[in-house]
Design a protein. Sequence first.
Length: 138
Amino acid sequence: MKSYRQEIWFNTKGRQEFLNITPQVEEALKKSGVQEGLCLVNAMHITASLFVNDDEEGLHRDFADFLERLVPYEVKKYRHNLTGEDNGDAHIKRQLFGREVVVAVTEGKLDFGPWEQIFYGEFDGRRRKRVLIKIIGE
């Protein structure tokens, strides 16, 4: 069995963003040489998320609006912020959208359904962030 590990690094411009990282994951898969297996993609930050969905701007704005209604950025509202932080909402948003995704690898390609793409969700950005890609298989 082969095992391949790669990190991708980037800076987000805004506090909250959704970035399509599918091309970077596909490139890592190509480098791995794995034809059949699994690809794990993991947000390496406790205020960030990974998810699979459609690459459609209106949908992403709907996600952001939904999260802000459900978990608003109100610094005084969260006990976590009593420690001097201002990102209590970001931790909760991460729990809602999840830490990682796993995608099957079939014939050397990510085995997606129609329209599926991999997204990094950032909820406390404007600084350097990383994502782990771990691929195992034959």
